[in-house]
Design a protein around this ligand. Structure first.
Ligand code: ADP
Ligand code: ASP
Ligand code: MG
Length: 422
């Protein structure tokens, strides 16, 4: 039988009623003649609630124990979903990430999948059962400890299993009808995108559009696994993320969308001696702490002092670790001080057509200027422009860019079916 992997996000399994609805949908897919492997997220905002709980017992919980705690969320939903399916008269078997053969490295909280050995899932499917797998978790190859893949990681579990099992498609069920030209929670006139290339979706995800986990898109692109993002609250067709050949891309719109990111902070390293090797030492300290930086800006050094400032952005959750690591290295590297700011936001415009279209940057900056929004940092790729602004300005910036690039759907009222947007 052909196989479909279906992933249901937190809002799709937020309560008992939703779990029963999802069970019906899975059973219906099975009855259409497909083997079904399901990946589930934790119910509703469970992961955030568990994180809040951890913060109440310790300001810096040991990463191993935090992973042990967070993986419990997905275990709850997988077992409840299996019960709901059994109640509909079908056999379902739930598996933790470890049981499903999701093998990772041992970086707790941000583990990468290094192998998928889904022997038990294959056996369950061969026996005619529906397999249900806890998303966002795996087991470390070396330490054998339970790991998590980072927030939103269930999408990646789903694509990894779809590839390993040779699925026809990986369906990602969520609380909106697909991928839109902007987050429909902020721009109700956003348009649904029927089809988008892996490349553009990668840039959208990297720029903060949390509809899909970045690594899930990378994984799907590498193995050419089609992704269908759709709502578990409706039966409408969603958005297909596929390989689009260059000749067809020419006909695609120049701009595919606007994305925003709230979860970043910036650090300025003040008074860095302007000589070879200084920036390398700073970013080595950050790399050794296992932190990925995003944008980097270095000022022109003043001739009087021979010193310069370097500013970079990073995930807010890594800010304390980065500040501590840099402070420790201050005397060795020889910079004068450190400043940090966690009230920043990033807004990006994405479109493959930008490569060949002049004037996009000017129009982008004019739209922000007209909305009275100050730009603090700028970075670009061939198909993306991103700027750092004040976090409070994000909604206005997203709306202004969406309008300026004529992405608004005049009749559109994008539906957000559930979720709290947390
Ligand atoms: P799930 O719990 O199903 O994984 P997420 O909350 O991770 O759902 O992702 C779905 C949310 O992504 C939507 O509710 C929406 O607010 C947000 N989102 C951000 N950018 C976009 C976009 N471009 N298109 C659609 N949704 C987006
Ligand atoms: N439950 C995890 C989270 O909230 C993983 C996921 O939903 O994809 O980040
Ligand atoms: Mg998600």
């Amino acid at each position: 039988m052909p196989l479909i992997v279906q992933k249901y996000g937190g809002s799709s399994v937020a309560d008992a009623e939703r779990i029963k609805k999802v069970a019906q949908r899975i059973v219906a897919t099975r009855k259409q003649g497909y083997d079904v492997c399901v990946v589930v997220s934790a119910m509703g905002d469970t992961t955030d609630e568990l994180l809040d709980l951890a913060a109440q017992v310790s300001p810096m919980p040991p990463p191993r124990e935090l992973d042990m705690l967070l993986t419990a969320g997905e275990r709850i939903s997988m077992a409840l979903l299996a019960m709901a399916i059994a109640n509909l008269g079908m056999e379902a078997r739930s598996f933790t990430g470890s049981q499903a053969g999701v093998i990772t490295d041992s970086r707790h909280g941000r583990a990468q999948i290094i192998d998928v050995t889904p022997g038990r899932i294959r056996e369950a499917l061969a026996a005619g059962h529906i397999a249900i797998v806890a998303g966002f978790q795996g087991v470390a190859q070396d330490t054998k400890d339970v790991t998590t893949l980072g927030r939103g990681g269930s999408d990646t579990t789903a694509v990894a299993l779809a590839v390993a099992l040779g699925a026809e498609v990986c369906e990602i069920y969520t609380d909106v009808d697909g991928v839109f030209t902007a987050d429909p929670r902020i721009v109700p006139t956003a348009r649904q995108i029927p089809r988008i290339s892996y490349e553009e979706m990668l840039e959208m995800a990297a720029a903060g559009a949390k509809i899909l986990h970045l690594r899930c898109v990378e994984y799907a692109r590498r193995f050419k696994m089609p992704i269908h993002v759709r709502s578990s609250f409706s039966t409408k067709p969603g958005t297909w993320i596929v390989d689009i050949p260059p000749e067809e891309q020419m006909e695609a719109p120049i701009i595919s969308g606007v994305a925003h990111e709230r979860g970043e902070a910036k650090i300025t390293v003040v008074g860095v001696p302007d000589k070879p090797g200084e920036a390398a030492q700073i970013f080595q300290v950050i790399a050794d702490a296992g932190i990925n930086v995003d944008m980097i800006v270095q000022n022109v050094s003043s001739t009087a002092t021979g010193r310069t400032d370097i500013t970079f952005t990073l995930p807010t959750s890594d800010l304390p670790t980065a500040m501590a690591a840099l402070s420790k290295a201050k005397d060795r590297i020889g910079f004068e001080g450190l400043l940090s700011d966690d009230q920043i936001g990033k807004v990006s415009l994405i479109g493959a057509g930008m490569r060949t279209q002049p004037g996009v940057t000017a129009k982008f900056l004019t739209a922000l200027a007209d909305a009275g929004i100050n730009v603090e940092m700028i970075s670009t790729s061939q198909i993306r422009i991103s700027v750092v602004i004040r976090e409070d300005d994000l909604p206005a910036a997203v709306a202004a860019l969406h309008r300026a690039f004529e992405l608004d759907d005049p009749e559109g009222q994008a539906v957000v079916y559930g979720g709290t947007g947390r």
